[in-house]
Write a protein that binds this ligand. Structure first.
Ligand code: ATP
Ligand code: LTN
Length: 332
């Protein structure tokens, strides 16, 4: 019998992948596929909570899939799929809507942030999004859900929903734990270290597909701190800009904060910023090149997502059938 623990995560194809997405969750995924039974999906159903241009969404889904593979997610060793290809997500999503409380949804930080940003489109999907995310997770009975810090609240509400459902019907769902990396859990914007790196602030955001010149330009312009000592020291409260760069440098080189402080002792920010830029360029180069190669091979990408959907659907439907039976639906 296969005793491997199960792991699942997803990213929205709402824009191009950036360094925060990569250094936060994605970079750690390839090492997990050897050890766990892994499901990684493209959360396109979630993406339409914010208005999208259809042709661009289609393009982004394929780019994200190519990025996943280029980052080391071997489709032979894990299940890669597109959320909308597995109808069970929407089906369980509806059931869980009915076991999720208005009050708990109102407390979600992402809902508050997104409604502030998209005042002209505060739709019901944006509000009930955590119930769909709970369905995404619970269908596969995972032990862990690796995400960045900002998604922790959504994994917690997923646990609450699962416990509520299990409380009523017995042990239907495994209760999953969030898995948040120690370094890189929250990469901040390069031009505003007070807000997280995000697609919605492109200036301070390094895109995985950025050309080396572009990456270097962004790092050279990165906001550092206006303190007088101007030395490379990790102190997130006093020196948020430099500390963010240290986090990035530590993530891509594997060096500790102390080693980095020693390396740049007496050198100041002028030497540090391009060094971080160069390290990031070298990390991203093979990913960008492999993504471009894969995007030119549409037949292969199609093969990957079709095979992935089949594998995912088999597991998801098993859980969905159990849930339908528990709530009292008549089997077809
Ligand atoms: P947006 O930029 O629109 O806020 P996003 O960049 O947060 O979107 P998501 O699809 O919401 O993109 O996130 C994908 C994954 O990347 C999630 O697990 C999230 O926690 C993680 N993540 C996002 N931004 C960062 C960041 N700046 N640092 C670390 N992890 C991040
Ligand atoms: N909410 C996540 C994307 C997402 C997800 C999931 C992550 C949707 N469903 C299930 C982990 C597990 C986001 O916006 N980053």
């Amino acid at each position: 019998m296969d005793e491997k623990k199960v792991m699942l995560s997803g990213i929205q194809p709402s824009g191009e992948l950036h360094l925060g997405n990569y250094l936060g969750p994605l970079r750690h995924w390839p090492e997990m596929i050897e050890e766990f039974d892994c499901y990684f999906f493209l959360a396109d159903l979630h993406t339409i909570t914010v208005r999208q241009e259809p042709a661009q969404l289609r393009r982004r889904v394929l780019t994200l899939l190519a990025n996943y593979i280029a980052c080391g997610l071997d489709p032979e060793k894990c299940t890669l799929f597109i959320q909308s290809h597995v109808p069970a997500h929407a089906q369980l999503g509806w059931v869980l809507d009915c076991y999720t409380m208005f009050g708990e949804l109102s407390r979600m930080t992402q809902f508050k942030d997104k409604t502030a940003k998209h005042k002209d489109n505060i739709n019901a999907g944006l509000f009930t999004y955590p119930a769909l995310m709970a369905a995404d997770i619970l269908l596969y009975q995972p032990d862990f859900v690796p995400v960045g810090e900002d998604q922790k609240q959504h994994v917690e509400i997923c646990r609450d929903i699962a416990e509520r459902f299990n409380g009523l019907y017995g042990d239907v769902f495994k209760i999953p734990a969030p898995h948040i990396p120690k370094v890189g859990a929250r990469i901040m914007s390069l031009n505003d270290p007070a807000s997280k790196m995000s697609k919605s602030n492109l200036d301070g955001c390094v895109i995985l597909m950025d050309k080396p010149e572009e990456v270097m330009r962004k790092f050279k312009r990165a906001v550092t701190d206006s303190d007088t000592e101007r030395c490379v020291r990790f102190a997130p409260q006093e020196k948020p800009g430099v500390s963010n760069l240290i986090q990035i440098y530590a993530s891509v080189t594997g060096k500790s904060f102390e080693e980095i402080e020693t390396e740049f002792e007496g050198k100041g920010y002028g030497a540090f910023k391009p060094a971080v830029g160069e390290a990031v360029v070298e990390t991203l180069r093979p990913i960008r090149e492999e993504t471009e190669r894969l995007l030119a091979d549409k037949a292969y990408l199609e093969h990957v997502y079709k095979a992935g959907a089949e594998k995912a659907e088999y597991v998801a439907n098993k859980t969905l059938r159990k849930v339908y039976k528990k709530v009292g639906f008549v089997a077809r």
